[in-house]
Design a protein around this ligand. Structure first.
Ligand code: SF4
Length: 766
């Protein structure tokens, strides 16, 4: 995309630029930044000089009036400015008190897939060593945990793309399952052009997304039936003699058991389940079999289901049947979503993991990591609750009484979000560390203002397992500290020895390397110096003279026998099928302009203006049946709640589907309606499909009132733009002058927050 008006690309070669990466998605596009915070795209394999709108405008948030620049402590029911010492003292005192009364697990920690490797690592260490709690998990659980689990059981190791993404350029067939990179990571489309030119770009998605528009073939199964579609294509592969028998015999195990299930899914049967014709299923099978170079790539559309792991396994089975994984120029991969979705799940902020992708219940792993940390292995807690289960337990008799949240906005991003807001409100004590007063931060007792991407050093691991150095380009505003400083400050107050929680990112990374050494995700050979020199290091990198491993599985898969596993999986359908009461299927997803909960991108004026409020996409006939037309304000109701948005009629939509984006707060939260049914293996909630009905926003409540439907205001009465908008606050928030210290420059921001909060509480439009 060209530079937006008012923000220009910096000319090359002026000597003042800092090479860094975009703060948002897992593509981690290369960019440069000047001290004046001008962004310019940088030639980098992932983005080849391209940036999307989010990347171009990413510097806006650095000096945004929405930025927090002083700690806030709730006093007398209101959030008031406080000094850092006061804020950290309050946190340490309350957490100590609650742990003394209720045990170590009374305090929970919740991390994020956008945190750097160093932060994710230190957060896991802080939880298990300083707090001694088992209650830690992160929002990556909501992102691609299903693909991670399916990859582990098929290949013995989970790395999003087990090959460099530039390999995709040579493919003549690429099958994208539940992926919409045209909106989520537009520069990635460059890697798909070879397949598109060869007529082999296939998109599988219930919606005709902008990516589907560019595909050669778009298959639109009913939501929650993509597992069945994979079974049908696999059946056609075998029935038409297209199975790669030599590969299956030499490199895999488990085909016969898998086939016993697939044998029941002949294409005509699958057509009745999915709506995708038997002819299209057979054509896809033939396309994969005839390709010189082919890839199957899955994303959230396949993964965010209560059967997400099995769904991904079904697509991996298909890739194995065609002999793709572990073959140069072909393969299976998962397109990670969050900026550090890959690294964030490797180094210890997940409930069951230790650094290096080690298992917390593995005695050898505990001994190794405890040795690096200088503690006794037996002092490490056991695995704790997964993300939604943790959120659901907050404030319950057996659940945590306090929580620290780093880089996550669960009030908007977690499923069944009204219930999550209620659980947060039931806590005795909530702390958030964030850039802006997100909807979750607005409920906290202490809010800590922290640095962002351009203001700190740190490493990220992109969707192909390549470790990247994101460098500090500018100084943070006065009053803002890094998450690493926060953890060190708290650790000191918890009596941890000096030096056990460093604040320097490179020093922490050196420790992370030691903790990961010998693990699956071995970073021991990655150094800041090698990254500064521009080396392309894909893990595992087991020694400083090791070149890294851009392509996994070329000789063997990671299971002991070197073979990949077919996994027998069966179609069961959505956890909540449509019925007479809720006859539609609601699905959620992203818009081009926003990232995740929108806490950051809604504070960027260009993005907020371009996509200011939630839309509800439906087929024109579906809208008409509900008495709705384009631009009307409508409500999508499920058994858990209702979300409001403006109707957008899309002729290509399936008439049985309604789509809601998930970036908006208050009554526009898509997660008010989503189903928290969890995958039994990954604990991924079923974000992608639930039974729903569509009604005008001003309709009388129906006889069957959905559970916990809150009094929603129509979109027109809500503040539509900023991240400050209309969450139902459990506690009032006022940021006002107090007698505490406040750095210069924070007055204006405080005033802005005051205004926004007043608007939120009155539902006023700006
Ligand atoms: S949001 Fe993703 S695709 Fe867009 S510029 Fe940033 S890293 Fe690239």
């Amino acid at each position: 995309m060209p530079a937006p008006a008012g923000r220009t690309a910096t000319p090359d070669g002026d000597g003042t630029r800092t090479d860094t990466h975009c703060p948002y998605c897992a593509l981690q596009c290369g960019m440069t930044l000047t001290p004046a915070a001008d962004v310019a795209p940088r030639e980098f394999p992932a983005n080849r000089g391209g940036l999307c709108q989010k990347g171009w405008t990413s510097a806006s948030l650095l000096d945004s009036p929405a930025r927090l620049t002083t700690p806030l402590v709730r006093t007398g029911g209101e959030l008031r400015p406080a000094s850092w010492d006061t804020a950290l003292d309050v946190i340490a005192a309350r957490l100590t008190e609650l742990q003394a009364a209720h045990g170590n697990d009374a305090v929970a920690v919740f991390g994020g897939g956008g945190l750097t490797n160093e932060k994710a690592y230190l957060l896991g260490k802080f939880a298990r060593v300083a707090l001694g709690t088992s209650q830690i998990d992160y929002n990556g659980r909501f992102c691609m945990s299903s693909a991670a689990a399916a990859g582990l059981r098929a290949f013995g190791v989970d790395r999003g793309l087990p090959f460099p993404m530039t390999d995709l350029a040579g493919a003549d067939v690429i099958v994208l399952v539940g992926s919409n990179p045209a909106e989520t990571m537009p520069p990635f489309l460059q890697h798909l052009q070879g397949a598109a030119a060869a007529g082999g770009l296939v998109v599988i998605d219930p919606r005709r997304t902008p990516t589907a528009e560019q595909a050669n073939v778009h298959l639109a199964p009913a939501p929650g039936t993509d597992l069945a579609l994979a079974l049908g294509v696999l059946h056609a592969t075998v029935a038409e003699g297209l199975l790669d028998e030599a590969y299956v015999a030499e490199r895999t195990a488990g085909f016969d058991a898998m086939w016993r299930t697939v044998a029941r899914y002949w294409p005509e049967h699958v057509e009745r389940i999915t709506g995708v014709s038997a002819a299209d299923q057979r054509a896809l099978s033939r396309g994969l079999a005839g390709a010189r170079s082919a890839y199957v790539l899955t994303a959230r559309g396949a993964e965010q289901h209560a059967t997400g792991v099995d769904t991904v396994s079904a697509w991996i089975n298909l890739a194995l049947a065609h002999g793709l994984p572990g073959r140069a120029g072909s393969g299976y991969g998962c397109l990670t979503g969050q900026g550090n979705g890959q690294g964030g799940r490797e180094h210890g902020q997940k409930a069951d993991q230790l650094p290096g992708y080690r298992k917390l219940d593995d005695p050898a792993a505990r001994e190794h990591v405890a040795g690096v940390w200088g503690i006794a292995p037996e002092s490490l807690p056991a695995p704790g609750r997964s993300a939604f289960e943790l959120l659901d337990a907050l404030g319950q008799p057996e659940g945590p009484k306090a929580m620290l949240v780093f880089g996550s906005n669960v009030v908007v991003s977690a499923p069944r979000s009204q219930r999550v807001a209620e659980r947060l409100a039931a806590l005795d004590f909530l702390v958030t560390a964030d850039l802006v007063l997100s909807e979750t931060a607005a409920m906290a007792d202490v809010v800590l203002p922290v640095t962002q991407w351009a203001e700190e050093d740190g490493t990220m691991t992109n969707l192909e397992g390549r470790v990247l150095l994101r460098r500090k380009a500018i100084d943070p505003p006065d009053g803002v500290r890094s998450d690493l400083d926060v953890l060190a400050g708290l650790a000191e107050r918890f009596g941890q020895p000096a030096g056990r929680f460093p604040v320097d990112a490179e020093e922490i990374f050196t420790e992370l390397r030691a903790a990961s050494a010998g693990g699956v995700a071995d970073y021991s050979g990655v150094t800041y110096d090698r990254l500064r020199a521009g080396e392309a290091l894909h893990w595992p990198v087991p020694a400083v003279d090791h070149p890294g491993t851009p392509r996994l599985f070329l000789e063997a898969f990671a299971h002991a026998d070197g073979r990949a596993r077919f996994v027998a999986v069966d179609h069961t359908g959505p956890a909540e099928p449509p019925d007479a009461e809720f006859p539609l299927q609601a699905t959620t997803g992203r818009l081009l302009q926003h990232y995740q909960s929108g806490a950051q991108t809604r504070a960027v004026p260009e993005l907020a203006e371009a996509a200011a409020e939630a839309c509800i996409e439906v087929h024109p006939d579906t809208a008409a049946r509900a008495g709705l037309g384009v631009g009307d304000v409508a409500t999508v109701e499920s058994r858990r709640g209702a979300v409001t948005g403006r109707v957008r009629c899309v002729a290509s939509m399936r008439p049985d589907v309604v789509f809601v984006p998930f970036h908006f707060p208050g009554g526009q939260r898509a997660n008010l309606i989503t189903n928290p049914a969890l995958d039994p293996t990954s604990r991924m909630p079923e974000f992608k499909v639930c039974a729903a009905r569509l009604v005008p926003a001003d309709a009388e409540p129906s006889a069957t009132q959905p559970e916990a439907v809150t009094q929603q205001k129509p979109v027109t009465q809500q503040k539509p733009v900023t991240q400050q908008a209309s969450v139902e606050l459990q506690k009032s928030v006022t940021q006002q002058e107090s007698g505490t210290q406040q750095a210069s420059g924070t007055q204006q921001a405080s005033g802005t927050q005051q205004k926004s909060v007043e608007q939120r509480e009155t539902g006023g439009a700006s």
